[in-house]
Design a binder for this molecule. Structure first.
Ligand code: DGT
Ligand code: CA
Ligand code: CA
Length: 573
């Protein structure tokens, strides 16, 4: 059993308990446990099997939760979850994805009005029946209608990081078979989209039946949904569906191009073929009956007079012009990253100490980090006031003196309050090495007020960067209504960096906005926002967005040495 399946089970218990009106501490205990488990780099199943390891040594995992983890790993289910599922239909939990519909409201809709799915909710809202329910009103009904389609779509898509845990073991399993000469994940997964609908895997082999038999035997595969001579669709135990296509080696490159997509990119490739009297399909590039390319992706692009285009750029968003003019970017990679400037410790809501975070970052090859715990407004996360922050910074200096090989900057993730002032006084922020300003509260304010706050932060004398600008949580919460052009112009004028938050649920800025930021001449900082040592490994997800945005190493501030990085912080020079 994969860590993610286990984490999902605990998140689901949290959701279902919340819908039943359970005490918030109990709900939070399950959510925290889910986060700990999801962040863990060791396999939980292995830990359960290890007689020398006590699960309740993990942060946030007590005896009770440890017992449930063991039950889940050994029996495949948790009786409590099965009971909760029996009383709360899956569609009810999906309604929580709509902004403004908390567990109380959803429980009312379900228990008193029999609304048990996004579809039945939409029907009721369209019929004007929601506005009349006590505690709802016309405004709630409009919010529901404005967000329901997005919520329905989100319910069907899976976060990239979760999909990775499903597809990577399948790829490894197939790669190890002698009958398979090449195998790779294609589709949206290979293009590194933030969410994927289904998985697509392409294999090269002469014996397609043997490859399909091997997939059917993989332990993650729950059911074979359909099977033909060279293709097969299966459902994985994680709920994701996967398309496998087996091609001959001579067609492998063409198949990989075709099934990597995007559809929009493929359409342009086909048109380029037609202009040259060529036919392009998943088996190759053909002049008449004769195949002129198909073995490798490079062949296929070359036949269309193009250099190979990285999958992350294959969206028909300008990549063909760059390819034609020989100006495709050399996309930034995780190995380019030298610093990580956003992370939490036990001083606020992290699970590790300053030293533990620093040593873990050093082990990942980072040369510098900034510790950025929460400011006081985030009281739920034990945010720091001026006094505690100054003590924390003293401790950071002390640890920095003790640990060699990595520099630790004194930072703060400071809230931009609803009235556009900063959560900490200027004289305190002046003492920081690095200030990230963020919106946490009042995300639903109208655009003018959101922009007033963001621009005030950008103009502030000691704000170095804007962190997770929109505050979105993918598939769960829409971000603030931002005028990105105005934000980027102001940031460029005041020398403020903007973040790509690498947390796979945030990815904020997203690919499109990160591209726009680059166009405005901004430098981007890719940060993990880690709340644990394992969280420091999330950099890759931010890199995916950066690559989709066409960013090179020079566009990313924290690919620099610390000395060079500091030169970008113009307010502190
Ligand atoms: P997803 O699964 O919704 O996250 O997105 P994709 O891009 O993985 O889409 P999917 O799984 O429907 O198909 C995988 C790739 O196969 C897609 O990116 C391009 C290619 N493809 C599928 N259907 C068509 C089609 O009708 N025309 C063309 N040109 N390409 C297609
Ligand atoms: Ca797909
Ligand atoms: Ca597919």
């Amino acid at each position: 059993m994969q860590n993610d399946e286990i984490a999902n089970a605990f998140d689901e218990i949290g959701d279902l308990l919340e819908l039943q009106g359970a005490n918030t501490f109990r709900v939070r205990a399950y959510r925290n446990a889910a986060r700990t488990l999801r962040d863990l780099s060791d396999s939980i199943a292995d830990l359960v099997a290890d007689p020398k390891f006590d699960l309740d040594e993990l942060p946030g995992i007590g005896k009770d939760l440890a017992g449930k983890i063991r039950t889940l790993v050994t029996t495949g289910s948790i009786p409590q979850l099965d009971e909760l599922r029996a009383v709360v239909p899956p569609g009810v939990a999906e309604m929580l994805r709509i902004p403004g519909l908390g567990p109380k409201k959803v429980a009312t809709l379900f228990k008193e009005h029999g609304i048990d799915s996004l579809a039945s909710l939409k029907k009721a809202a369209l019929a004007g029946e929601i506005a009349g329910i006590k505690g709802f009103g016309k405004k709630t009904e409009q919010t529901i209608l404005a967000n329901i389609d997005q919520a329905a779509e989100a319910a069907q898509r899976t976060l990239f990081a979760v999909a990775a845990e499903s597809v990577e073991p399948v790829i490894r399993h197939l790669r190890a078979r002698d009958v398979v000469s090449h195998v790779e994940a294609a589709g949206s997964y290979r293009r590194r989209l933030e969410t994927v609908g289904d998985l697509d895997v392409i294999a090269a082999a002469t014996d397609a039946e043997a490859v399909m038999d091997a997939l059917a035997a993989q332990s993650l595969v729950e059911a074979v949904l359909s099977r033909g001579p060279t293709k097969m669709r299966v459902r994985l135990r994680t709920g994701l569906e996967l398309d496998l296509r087996v091609l001959e080696e001579a067609s492998y490159g063409a198949g990989l191009v075709y099934f990597t997509g995007s559809k929009a990119h493929n359409i342009v490739l086909r048109r380029r073929g037609q202009q040259r009297g060529l036919k392009v399909n998943e088996y190759g590039v053909f002049r008449g009956e004769k195949s002129i390319a198909g073995r490798s992706e490079e062949d296929v692009y070359a036949a269309l007079e193009l250099p190979w285009i990285p999958p992350e750029l294959r969206e028909d968003r300008g990549e063909f012009d760059l390819a034609e003019s020989g100006t495709l970017p050399t996309l930034v990679t995780t190995d380019d990253i030298r610093g990580d400037l956003h992370m939490h410790t036990t001083a606020s809501d992290g699970t590790a100490t300053i030293a533990e975070m620093a040593l873990a970052a050093k082990a990942l090859g980072r040369k510098y980090i900034a510790i950025t715990d929460h400011s006081k407004r985030v009281s739920m996360a034990r945010g720091l006031d001026s006094k505690r922050l100054r003590e924390h910074w003293k401790e950071i200096d002390r640890v920095n003196g003790e640990i060699q090989g990595i520099e630790i900057l004194k930072g703060i993730e400071c809230d931009i309050l609803e009235d556009a002032t900063m959560d900490l006084p200027d004289d305190v922020l002046a003492e920081a090495d690095w200030v990230i300003a963020v919106l946490h509260y009042g995300l639903k304010q109208p655009r003018e007020r959101i922009m007033k706050r963001l621009v005030a932060a950008v103009r502030h004398p000691y704000v170095d960067a804007i962190g997770h600008p929109s505050g979105r949580l993918i598939g769960r919460r829409k971000g603030a209504d931002i005028d990105y052009t105005a934000l980027f112009k102001a940031a460029a004028e005041h020398g403020v960096l903007v973040e790509i938050n690498a947390n796979p649920q945030r990815l904020d800025l997203d690919d499109v906005q990160a591209h726009a930021a680059k166009k405005h001449g901004l430098k981007i900082v890719i940060d993990t926002d880690a709340h644990s040592t394992e969280g420091l490994e999330m950099t890759q997800y931010g890199i995916h967005q950066a690559r989709r945005a066409g960013l090179e190493a020079k566009d990313v501030a924290n690919t620099r040495t610390l000395a060079q990085f500091r030169k970008l912080l113009v307010k502190r020079l």
